[in-house]
Design a protein around this ligand. Structure first.
Ligand SMILES: Cc1ncc(COP(=O)(O)O)c(C=O)c1O
Length: 438
């Protein structure tokens, strides 16, 4: 019942509220949501704290039985013979490449729609990253474009299962087999994800995971390598413990002690592992909730023009939803920029991120090429940066980096009504995009 001010009658507060509810919050209207989103990280103040306190009270804080228990549980969970816990996902990748002997002169095929660690692990080992463009629909490495980048120097492929959704790993494994290449899976975000009911991280020679706080198994900082290759895992163990003997890594005869290989120290503590064991208990249920909310949200936004969620690769039987990524097509929103769209979403009480930036054009690459080590390992021609950029162009990925928007993993732990709030906010911005743009 709209009442005109000219009548001198007090405006109806309900209709005033309704009017404000339709005005975008970024223009002074009522936000869709003022409620908090689920907290992250989650822990239990009795059972989890007890596990950590037990470790503290034991006085055994450095690597021991609790770390070994966490490793056994994670190996069993993913279906790998062995697991080694390390300080983070980045170093799980660095160690894996190093212990498969990847180094100077080797080319490693990687995917640009990922976190920097996927490229760092190649550079830290002195090898050369070779970018393959992103599939515009699945946001994964475009497996059909891998073979054209393989040369006589290619040693490995690192599929980064983007945002917990599996890459086309079966096709990647076929290519690797055909060309005799190693596959180190960046499964840092793929806890429990599956292709044809086989867990991600167990397809390649090794799989690497991250347990950093924002991840679905948060332990502060932490990572793991899984593999069925016993000798490789022995080398990884030795490497993570200064290069000391372990399993098949033995001291040569007639030596009186000391380390065997060129190692480092990547051990996690017992209390980190205790937190990890506690987190594993809730991983299955949380994964289920995030996955269900992802399907529901995908289904609800699919008819909003200009909102294009990530599609799944072939034969995915389970995802491990972390963020909720989609493309934002500004043309459908009267040309409203992605930044203005995200600002409007946040004003409605919907947190969001812009997602990954391009990796193949950033200063760290040029700096690495100009470093003393690289200048000694590679010829001038090999380090010609303009030529490198030319060879490593990824136009599909460039566009995706300009268009992508993510909702955060803790939001996906909410209720269906929380997902409806996201949809309402997007629809509100869509309906008012012309006035927001002005
Ligand atoms: C795809 C991917 N790879 C690697 C990492 C590195 O993991 P960490 O932070 O444990 O080093 C991350 C972390 O966000 C990641 O998202």
């Amino acid at each position: 019942m709209g009442i005109g001010l000219a009548t001198g009658i007090t405006p109806d507060p309900i209709s005033d509220f309704a009017k404000k509810a339709n005005i975008p919050a970024v223009l002074g209207g009522q936000p869709v949501r003022t409620k908090d989103w689920p907290d992250w990280p989650i822990w239990d103040s009795t059972t989890d704290q007890e596990l950590v306190i037990n470790v503290l009270q034991s006085g055994k804080w450095t690597r021991g039985d609790v770390v070994a228990e966490f490793e056994n549980k994670w190996a069993l969970t993913v279906g790998a013979k062995r697991c080694l816990a390390v300080v983070n996902g980045t170093n799980a990748l660095i160690a894996s490449l190093s212990q498969y002997g990847i180094g100077a002169g080797d080319e490693v095929i990687i995917h640009p729609y990922t976190f920097i660690s996927t490229i760092i692990c190649v550079l830290q080992n002195g090898a050369m990253p070779v970018f393959v463009d992103t599939d515009p629909e699945t946001f994964q490495i475009d497996a059909w474009k891998i073979e054209e980048k393989i040369t006589s120097k290619t040693r490995a492929i690192i599929p980064a299962h983007t945002l917990g959704m599996p890459a086309d790993i079966e096709k990647i494994m076929q290519i690797a087999k055909k060309h005799n290449l190693l596959v180190i899976e960046n499964a840092c975000l793929s806890w429990l994800a599956e292709v044809n009911h086989k867990r991600i991280g167990t397809f390649g020679n090794a799989g690497c995971f991250s347990f950093q706080t924002s991840k679905n198994i948060p332990i502060g900082e932490g990572g793991a390598i899984v593999s069925d290759d016993e000798e490789f895992m022995d080398r990884c163990y030795s490497y993570h413990n200064y290069g000391n003997p372990y399993g098949t890594v033995v001291r040569p005869e007639n030596t009186d002690g000391g380390t065997v290989i060129n190692g480092t120290k990547l051990r996690i503590t017992e209390y980190q592992a205790a937190i990890g064991l506690a987190q594993l208990k809730r991983l299955g249920r949380q994964t289920e909730v995030r996955n269900l909310n992802t399907s529901y949200l995908k289904d609800r936004v699919k008819d909003i023009p200009g909102i294009v969620p990530m599609k799944l690769s072939r034969n995915v039987t389970r995802i491990s939803a972390w963020m909720f990524p989609f493309r934002y097509k500004k043309e459908a929103f009267n040309g409203l920029s992605r930044e203005a769209f995200m600002k409007a979403l946040r004003a409605e009480g919907i947190p969001c991120l812009a997602g990954y930036v391009t990796q193949n054009d950033k200063p760290y690459l040029k700096n690495t090429f100009e470093s003393k080590n690289y200048r000694r390992m590679y010829s001038k021609k090999e380090l010609d940066f303009d030529k490198y950029l030319e060879r490593n162009q990824c136009p599909e990925n460039d566009l995706l980096c300009q268009e992508s928007v993510w909702f955060l993993q803790n939001m996906l732990l909410g209720s269906q009504a929380d997902m409806d709030d996201i949809v309402t906010a997007i629809e509100k911005i869509y309906n008012n995009s012309a006035s927001i743009k002005q």
